[in-house]
Design a protein around this ligand. Sequence first.
Ligand SMILES: NC(=O)c1ccc[n+]([C@@H]2O[C@H](COP(=O)([O-])OP(=O)(O)OC[C@H]3O[C@@H](n4cnc5c(N)ncnc54)[C@H](O)[C@@H]3O)[C@@H](O)[C@H]2O)c1
Length: 456
Amino acid sequence: MSNSSPAGGVSAADDPNGPVRLLVLGAGGRGGHAYAGWCLEHPDRARVVAVADPDVERRTRVGDAHAIPEQWRFDHWQAALVQPGPWDAVIVATPDREHVDPTIRALELGYYVLLEKPVAPTASDLSRLADAAKGRPGAITVSHVMRYAPFYVALQRVVRDGRIGELQGIQHLENIAYWHFAHSYVRGNWHRSDRSSPMLLAKACHDLDMLRWLVGEPCIQVSSFGERRHFRLEQAPAGSTERCIDGCAVADTCPYNAERFYMEQLADIDGPPVTAITNDTSPEGRRRALETTDYGRCVYRMDNDVVDHQTTALRFANGVTASVVVSAFTQHNTRTITVMGSHGQINGDARTGRIETISFRDTPPNVGVPANVPATSGTLQVDPAVQGDIEDVSEAFAGHGGGDAGLMADFTQRVHRWRTGEAFEAAPTSLEESLESHWVAFAAERSRERGTVERP
Ligand SMILES: NC(=O)c1ccc[n+]([C@@H]2O[C@H](COP(=O)([O-])OP(=O)(O)OC[C@H]3O[C@@H](n4cnc5c(N)ncnc54)[C@H](O)[C@@H]3O)[C@@H](O)[C@H]2O)c1
């Protein structure tokens, strides 16, 4: 990889062995909490030395927490990237539609970039970014955190070690959880694809990337179905009101009641997701948000247009198939996966961190006993407690199942190597490696809209 310095030669750190210095663009949930938060916990490895965000409270919170001089607090990314500054790398954690331009500009200035997913909201923007990055392969690390999460690292290892024979198919379920969907995809930042991204791209480009990683071959055909079926005006219950706090007749029975969610159920939380609705997380601040922002509106009366459930079928170059179900209508916010091989099966649950590997040869066949068959029929009875090998990675959980921490550790280490002139390779989630997942998501969207089978 190129070890060239950012334009202007400002990359020479005072102490090349000291913590790497980061400019954070976007001080919200990802930039301000996940990434800047990691730096506070690992001051020996990285420091946030500059921040940009038009939201003055968020900017100030990060600026103060990291003791950033006033001169390096910017009110938007454009101001931060006018010229090089005293940082080694840039984190782009701005909204979906503000990813491509700051990243291209940071590349022009010679920086390494940690770029939030989805890397681009449209196919044309993705091409523009891919073209701009051609001269700097490996310079962009994409925040596909699943590849750094111990759960998926373990899952990939089991698939690769051959215990289930040859991989045949995968069934993957992304449970968004009813409350998370209402928060982010009905009322929140991702409720309209023209202002952010199509739902599959926004929520599941990770998952598409992870599946490609497990299979080890590119996806060559895609078909997809899905629609916005529930969160629409026609579904509004009689007596429901514009806002949940307007005397809604079904407030007690509606699972999407914003007042109950933000005021009562999340009363003890003063970080995300509450900080998405207000910087002032006091009861008064929350109530004001319910009165004035989309987060207090009825889920049936928003201007949302993204799908609330989607099923996508993938065919990979080696004949492996996968189905990906992404749904709002689940209890938990997690992912479950079944990996089917010629000689065994893996059952994974990212919420519990449990990975069960079953060898067909070593596990008694579960023929089962239909209720109406007498015990004398000779049907093989199987102890329901029989299970495969269990691996439990739950202790590594926190921030996307440990993925956020793994990503930051990896990214800052690469930047450190670059700064000290050591050789290093591109990240496992480099832009080049991540493009495929996005092309697949765009193909799925075309298929969903046109009713066709598409090639990515
Ligand atoms: N990797 C993941 O697992 C993951 C998870 C959630 C979100 N995301 C993605 O990360 C990105 C950020 O998401 P978030 O949840 O932090 O959103 P957020 O709304 O909490 O934060 C985005 C911040 O960017 C700021 N901003 C807007 N315009 C700006 C500009 N011109 N210059 C600088 N800052 C600007 C906003 O004021 C806001 O504070 C999004 O693209 C989102 O899709 C990724």
